[in-house]
Design a protein around this ligand. Structure first.
Ligand SMILES: Cc1ncc(CNC=O)c(N)n1
Length: 224
């Protein structure tokens, strides 16, 4: 097989954890956006919680950026992560305008348990004890779940409500897909040279990200 066709370790792990991956990327909430049956109070709950999540995700990505500058062999790694950080700047502005559009006052939104647990998990990954390959794998998984989920809402035959297309475009667009592929390539390259321990930990962290993402979508059911 050509190198470009060779299945990487991340795809092997995704295949191995196929049902969990599907639970994270085809959650009822996402499917309900795509089929147009979404309950708007669920959407508002997700919006408020995700705004808080993203505020905690910024320092995580900043930490990845610092490590990409120091620990990576390739100068392009830092540029890929910097692109991600730059888009988070736009994203926070986007959240604020969506908040006013939907009447969600972020100053009164309280992080729910699943959100708090996800933030704690991100904080633990910021420790210098965690290897770069492990952090990169987690970073890829976090971004890829949103890319896959929202791209699904824009795919052929969707009945996504017009007022939710903007949200879906934010993560479902082709540029974000390309960016996720770049992050995946970085993670794959790091994993090729990782220690046995880091390799085992990376798979474990990938699974944990998927579990956190499922729990995160589940919060939308509360509809508060
Ligand atoms: C819970 C969660 N996971 C991943 C993302 C996507 N990354 C940045 O926006 C997100 N916004 N929220």
């Amino acid at each position: 097989m050509e190198k470009s066709e060779k299945k990487g370790v991340i795809d092997t792990w995704i295949d191995k954890h196929r049902s969990l991956y599907a639970a994270a990327t085809r959650h009822d909430f996402v499917v309900s956006i795509r089929d147009g049956s979404v309950d708007l109070s669920s959407f508002k709950t997700w919006l408020g919680q995700d705004y808080l999540f993203v505020r905690g995700f910024v320092p995580f990505v900043a930490n990845v950026l610092i490590r990409a500058g120091k620990e990576s062999g390739e100068t392009s790694d830092m540029e890929v992560v910097l692109g991600g950080l730059a888009s988070l700047n736009d994203e926070i502005e986007w959240f604020k305008s969506e908040g006013s559009k939907w009447g969600v006052d972020f100053s009164t939104v309280v992080a729910q348990k699943a959100n708090q647990e996800y933030s704690r998990f991100l904080e633990a990954l910021m420790s210098s004890e965690v290897e770069y390959s492990v952090v990169m794998t987690a970073f890829w998984a976090i971004e890829a779940v949103y890319q896959e989920s929202f791209a699904h809402c824009l795919g052929d035959g969707n009945k996504t409500p017009a007022e939710l297309i903007g949200a879906c475009n934010r993560w479902g667009n082709d540029g974000f897909r390309q960016y996720c592929l770049s992050v995946k390539n970085i993670a794959e390259r790091c994993l090729e040279n990782a220690s046995r321990d880091a390799f085992v930990e990376a798979e474990n962290v990938l699974v944990r990200v998927l579990e956190h993402e499922v729990a995160f979508w589940e919060m939308s059911r509360g509809g508060q």
